[in-house]
Each structure stands twice: as structure tokens, then as C-alpha cells.
Design a protein around this ligand. Structure first.
Ligand code: TPP
Ligand code: MG
Length: 711
């Protein structure tokens, strides 16, 4: 039997949680009461009986992590944080889903203390949990590889509550498959197997034996049936605790526990009914629930001090756990001075986050990075031709030498994306070894298989859980498959890095299915997401540096498949180190320019060539390299004016994609050289000519813009 204590106060606390969930939704008039009511005993069991955390310091690194993958049931988490005394109070629950409250509709990372991750898009929390587990193991490898799994101070468990929706999403199949392969024994998932989604009984859309599927992925599976086969409903928290203990004991496999529940139990007329999923219950049902549970129906938001005194003992327990852990950490530091330096750089130095983010520190970059970047940037010979994906591959090697916390890989395109850290083992158990790949449980090279969406969410999980820096690559075309990963990273303000190569019609013969056209503009539409498209090797090097320096944004690094000229960056030409400003003057003229040519990535050199032709015609031309609009937008008005003076109306942008995101800089007289339709199968250089992305097209556009501006 489970080794936990359970008494009448625990029973009462669970009932309080149910009533608060019903009251909070009823007060605001909308929300998701049903699951918050029925899953309360499970959430309470995790928070009060298993989760190692300190409500007084939700940033403590030794804590277990809790992920509510069913973000719609956010009250589940807010109420447990309230009961444990982690900063959410009754007044906050009364403000549920209202503007500016600590209790928004879905849990938001960085907004409410104790929330480890923003969730809401179903599947994403559970997939990111796999990233948390990757990160935890990698970090044990960095700091304490000699300890057995589960015995290091750098180990923690990751508890997840998910729902039917999470398990229906393909994303979790991708991530679940990887979790099984990776034998992530510290992931413990409780599936609220309530057979209900918005459209009712899941029989209409979800029939497979989910646990068999997970067993096939290599998971440890268990069932706990609170409906007792439909005979009698009993919230048997001890049976659940037993299952959790079994799951903890299984350290070689991730665990999933199918917990059969009835949504909204025991609300009269609502129990087991989908109407409780996403609407308030109504006064009558709420009153009925209170009566069944032994509460006064006239009292809303009951405050039970004996319950609270009891549940808030979590504070003392957590503090004690943290104190013990800190003592162990000090001993570890004394015994491991070199590793301790890395720990200190990652977790005790650097920028302090001042909001409620669970992350206290955002690690400093090593001092050696500056020279590493400068040296590799200077190594690209002007005039030589190199694909930016290839220069990025070289830069990655140099970063990896000075940043042991830097790791990543690809969705089966490592050789094409140039994302493989050379000489490093692949992250995986022995069973994953192949003739191509050496493996280590602490390896730095990630193999996601062809699972772009899971890759994105796993990268997000890694950077949420640790200050290690992770990247994942695929073709830019398939960035669409990971769009939610990019968006949710941006929303959370976390520094995930996505390496997207093969960035235009220059991909060529693979044809339009592989040629991103709208993607640059489409990704630029995501707020707080940096779309970075360097022009040559030197720009790639400095772009990588700026990406690593930006710790509050994810970034997409957009790279060419085809060779592009490495440009001159000395003398009259702009230093590539200026990419951090987003736009910079690459080549200037005397006095006020007649026209400004703005190029990005593989098209910058077309602007450079066009400038020479225009100068031969007697025009004064400025060439601006524009690898990142988002960085430019953060610059001062003075800087922006110095690069794009408002009195110069004649402007041309050149980028092999739709021009949508350029009109802001083009103004009324500007003319884009762009591509407003899908590509085609054929050699890349032929397509550029056929579709008019050429030096001559830039010259023509410049003359057109000059005459428009002079009208
Ligand atoms: C990717 C995604 N698609 C759709 C939704 C909208 N949505 C929110 S909850 C829900 C049903 C979820 O069912 P389940 O996970 O079983 O939760 P329960 O109704 O049992 O609380 C849907 C479709 C969403 N949040 N995310
Ligand atoms: Mg459900």
C-alpha cells in the first residue's frame, strides 16, 4: 500500500478544491469547471504527497516539476498553489480569468509563481515535459555524471496531468515515442481518462487502446479506475498514490497512469457530462455540489483555516527539502570546483529575472565566446562561396567548444542543416546506438527523427527547465510543422533556437513543396520571435552570438542551401558585428543616397552587385544588410534614422519570398524584388532568373523607385 498519510483534513482539502473551482468559474461566468472539480483529488495527491517543491521559493532548482498539460483546467494548478501557499490567494481565485489577475484563463509562465510552463494548446505541455526530462538528464551529465540516475542532486521528477485531448494530438505521439526510446524514467504522466471532450463521449473520435500504444512506445503503463468499472465511484487517492510510487520506482521507462474519472464528479446533473467542460455550472448545480460535499450553499469561496493551516505545511516541508539540498549543493561545489564554476555561471550569475518567472537567473555566456565568434567570423574568405548552412555548421563547432551547455540536433536532417556537433556523442541510451552514431545518456547531439513539432516543444522544455542552450533544425519549409512551438516559445519569452536551412526557391529541384515562399513574412508575424537571415559566413557567426545573448526571445536562424559569396566586411564595408542592430549600412555613398537597397540573406549580394551597376549609371546608392527586423525595431529612433533616413524615399528590398513584411520599410515609393507565388521544380539559379530575382531586377526596381520618389 502507498506510503503516504491521508486523513480527514486531506479529504476536506480536496472538497475545498472542488468548491473553489466551481465558485471561481461561476463568479467570472466562464471557464472550465468540470475537470478542475474531478481531477482535484489527483492534483492534490501530487502536490501534497509527492511533489518536491518549496512554495516559498518556487525557483529552487532541486524541485520536481509539475506540468498541467490540460491548460484549460488552470484552476487545478492555481488551487493547489493556493492550498500549498505558493503565492496564489483566495482573492486571486476570485479574479479568475480577469484582466491583469494572477489567475489567467490558462497557466502562463513568468506570470504566476510556480507555473513552470505556459499551456493551452493541447499536446504541447506533455511534449515539452519530454524536453524537461531531456534537460534534466543532460544536466546530470554536465554536473554529476558519476551518480546513478535518481541519486544525484541534479535529478528531479516531472509530473504531468494530461487529458484525452493531449493524447489525441499527434504531437504527443511524436514526443511519447522519443520519451520511450530515451527511457526517460523520471516522467510520470497522469492521464485524466474521463472519456469526455467538448463534443461529448470520446467514442465518437478516440477508440484505440491508448495504454497499449504507450506500451509499444516503451512506456510503463498502469490503470487506476475510480469508476470501478462503472459500479461505484470512489476517489481512491491511495490507489493513485500506489501507482505513482510504482511509476517512481520504474526508473528505466517513462510512466503513464490512466486514471478513469467522471468529469465534474460529484456535481448533480453535471457529473460525467460534457456540458461541465467549458461552461459555468449554473447556480443550482453549484449549490448542489456544495450540499453533496457538506458545504453551506450560501457561502462562496469558503475559507477553511484548519484546512489551510494543514495544507500550508507544504511550506515547511519544502523549505526543509531545499535547505538539505542547498547543503548538498555546497558539498558538491567543494568537491567539484570546475563543474561548480559552470553551475555558478549558469545559475548564480547573470541577469536576474524580476517577474514571477520560475527561473531566477539567466546564465551568463562564457567570456571565451567573444573571441571564438570573432575568429570564426574572420575566417570566412571574402570572395569565397559558402552556403550559410555550412558556415553555421562551422560556427556551431566553435560555440560548442566554449559552451558545454550548448547542444542540439535535427529532425533527421543533421547533415543538411549542419547542426551536428562534431566529436560529440548522441544523446541516447545504449539501445539507440547505430553504426553511424555513438551514444551516451549525456550526449550533446539530438536526433528527433522526422518529428518537427515534438522537436520544437522538446527544445522549449529544455530551455524552460534549465539554462542550457538547445537548438533544433529542419528545412525552413517545415517550420510550419513547428509553428506552435515557435509561437509558444515567443509567448513565454524563452530562448529556444530553431535552425531552418534550405530557405528559398534556391532549394531548386525538389520543387515547390520544399520551397518556402511565405515563411519569412509568416514567421515575422509572431510577436517576440526573432527571424534572423544572415547573408554570409561572418554574419552567421555574429547572428549566432546575438541569438545566444538574447535570453528573452526565441529565434529562427534562416540559412541557405546554396553557396553564397562571403562578402568583404573590412575597410569601406560594414563589419558583420553590426548584425546585432538588425539592419546596418553594408556599403555607403557620399552624401544623401538616391536610393537605398535593402537585402537579406542570400539576396544581399544581389543588392551589392546592383549598387555597382547603379553607381556606374551615376546614382548614389546605399546598401543595407537587414538580417533581422525584430532586432532593428529595438534600436533607437536615431539609429533607425541613421540607417534608413526618412528623406530617402527611393528604396528597394530584395528577398526571395513574399514582400509582405517589407512594406513598412518600403514606404510609398519603395519597390520590392520578391516572389509572390509558389516556386517550381528546376535548378535554383534558373528559378531565380525565371522569377526575376536578379541583379538586373534590383537595378530596374531601383530606377522605378527613384522615379516614383521624385514624382
Ligand atoms: C491544439 C488544441 N486544439 C483545440 C483546443 C480547444 N480545446 C480545449 S479543451 C478541448 C477538449 C479537451 O478534452 P480533454 O483533454 O479530454 O479535456 P476535458 O474535457 O476532459 O477536460 C479542446 C478541443 C486546444 N486547447 N488546443
Ligand atoms: Mg477528457
Amino acid at each position: 500500500m502507498a506510503n503516504i498519510e491521508w486523513n480527514e483534513l486531506d479529504d476536506r482539502a480536496v472538497k475545498v478544491a472542488k468548491v473553489l473551482a466551481a465558485d471561481a468559474v461561476e463568479k467570472v461566468g466562464n471557464g472550465h469547471p468540470g475537470t478542475a472539480i474531478s481531477i482535484a483529488p489527483a492534483a492534490y495527491t501530487i502536490f501534497q504527497k509527492f511533489l518536491k517543491f518549496n512554495p516559498k521559493d518556487t525557483t529552487w532548482r532541486g524541485r520536481d516539476r509539475f506540468i498541467l498539460s490540460i491548460g484549460h483546467s488552470s484552476l487545478t494548478q492555481y488551487i493547489e498553489l493556493y492550498l500549498a501557499g505558493a503565492g496564489v490567494e483566495l482573492d486571486d481565485l476570485k479574479q479568475f480569468r480577469t484582466f491583469g489577475s494572477l489567475t489567467p484563463g490558462h497557466p502562463e509562465y513568468g506570470h504566476t509563481k510556480g507555473i513552470e510552463i505556459t499551456t493551452g494548446p493541447l499536446g504541447q505541455g506533455l511534449a515539452s515535459a519530454v524536453g524537461f526530462a531531456y534537460a534534466q538528464r543532460f544536466e546530470r551529465g554536465l554536473f554529476d555524471p558519476e551518480s546513478a540516475p535518481g541519486e544525484s542532486i541534479f535529478d528531479h521528477n516531472i509530473y504531468v496531468i494530461c487529458g484525452d485531448g493531449d493524447l489525441q494530438e499527434g504531437l504527443t505521439s511524436e514526443a511519447g515515442s522519443l520519451a520511450g526510446l530515451q527511457k526517460l524514467g523520471n516522467v510520470i504522466v497522469i492521464w485524466d481518462d474521463n472519456h469526455i471532450t467538448i463534443e461529448g463521449d470520446t467514442k465518437i473520435s478516440f477508440q484505440e487502446d491508448v495504454l497499449k500504444r504507450y506500451e509499444a512506445y516503451g512506456w510503463h503503463t498502469q490503470r487506476v479506475d475510480w469508476t470501478n468499472g462503472g459500479t461505484e465511484y470512489k476517489e481512491d487517492t491511495l490507489a493513485l498514490a500506489d501507482a505513482i510510487e510504482n511509476a517512481k520506482a520504474e526508473t528505466g521507462k517513462p510512466s503513464i497512469i490512466a486514471l478513469k474519472t467522471l468529469i465534474a464528479y460529484p456535481t448533480p446533473t453535471k457529473t460525467g457530462d460534457e456540458s461541465s467542460h467549458g461552461s459555468k455550472l449554473g447556480a443550482e448545480a453549484v449549490a448542489g455540489l456544495k450540499e453533496v460535499l457538506g458545504f453551506d450553499p450560501k457561502v462562496n469561496f469558503p475559507e477553511e483555516f484548519d484546512v489551510l493551516t494543514y495544507t500550508r505545511q507544504a511550506g515547511e516541508r519544502g523549505q526543509k527539502l531545499q535547505d538539505e539540498w542547498e547543503t548538498q549543493l555546497d558539498a558538491w561545489k567543494a568537491a567539484n570546483p570546475d563543474r561548480a564554476k559552470l553551475y555558478t555561471r549558469l545559475y548564480e550569475e547573470g541577469e536576474v529575472v524580476t517577474n514571477n518567472s520560475p527561473k531566477k537567473f539567466l546564465g551568463d555566456l562564457p567570456a571565451e565566446l567573444d573571441d571564438a565568434i570573432k575568429n570564426i567570423a574572420n575566417s570566412f574568405e571574402p570572395g569565397s562561396s559558402l552556403a550559410t548552412r555550412a558556415s553555421s555548421g562551422q560556427v556551431i563547432q566553435e560555440i560548442a567548444k566554449v559552451m558545454p551547455e550548448f547542444w542540439g540536433g535535427s529532425a533527421d536532417l543533421g547533415g543538411s542543416n549542419n547542426t551536428t556537433i562534431k566529436g560529440a556523442a548522441s544523446f541516447g541510451p545504449d539501445s539507440a546506438k547505430t553504426k553511424n552514431w555513438e551514444v551516451s545518456p549525456y550526449g550533446r547531439v539530438l536526433h528527433f527523427g522526422i518529428r518537427e513539432h515534438a522537436m520544437g516543444q522538446i527544445i522549449n522544455g529544455i530551455v524552460l527547465d534549465t539554462n542550457t542552450r538547445a537548438f533544433g533544425g529542419t528545412f525552413f519549409m517545415f517550420a510550419d510543422y513547428m509553428r506552435d512551438s515557435a509561437r509558444i516559445a515567443a509567448l513565454q519569452g524563452i530562448p529556444s533556437v530553431f535552425v531552418w536551412s534550405h530557405d528559398s526557391i534556391a532549394v531548386g529541384e525538389d520543387g515547390p513543396t520544399h520551397q518556402p515562399v511565405e515563411h519569412l513574412s509568416s514567421m515575422r508575424a509572431i510577436p517576440n520571435f526573432d527571424v534572423v537571415r544572415p547573408a554570409d559566413g561572418a554574419e552567421v557567426a555574429y547572428c549566432w552570438k546575438t541569438i545566444l545573448e538574447n535570453k528573452h526571445n526565441p529565434a529562427g536562424l534562416i540559412l541557405s542551401r546554396q553557396g553564397v559569396p562571403n562578402l568583404d566586411h573590412a575597410g569601406d564595408f560594414g563589419c558583420a558585428c553590426q548584425v546585432k542592430h538588425g539592419f546596418y549600412i553594408y556599403k555607403d555613398c557620399e552624401g544623401t543616397p538616391d536610393v537605398i537597397l535593402i537585402g537579406t540573406g542570400s539576396e544581399l549580394y544581389l543588392a551589392v552587385e546592383a549598387a555597382e551597376k547603379l553607381e556606374a549609371e551615376g546614382k548614389k546608392v546605399r546598401v543595407v544588410s537587414a538580417p533581422c527586423q525584430e532586432w532593428f525595431e529595438k534600436e533607437s529612433d536615431e539609429y533607425k534614422e541613421s540607417v534608413l533616413p526618412s528623406n530617402v524615399k527611393a528604396r528597394v528590398t530584395v528577398e526571395a519570398g513574399i514582400a509582405q513584411s517589407w512594406y513598412k520599410y518600403l514606404g510609398c515609393a519603395g519597390v520590392p524584388v520578391s516572389l509572390e507565388h509558389f516556386g517550381a521544380s528546376g535548378a535554383g539559379d534558373v528559378l531565380y532568373k525565371e522569377f526575376d530575382i536578379t541583379t538586373d531586377a534590383v537595378v530596374k526596381a531601383a530606377n522605378e523607385s527613384i522615379s516614383k520618389a521624385n514624382k
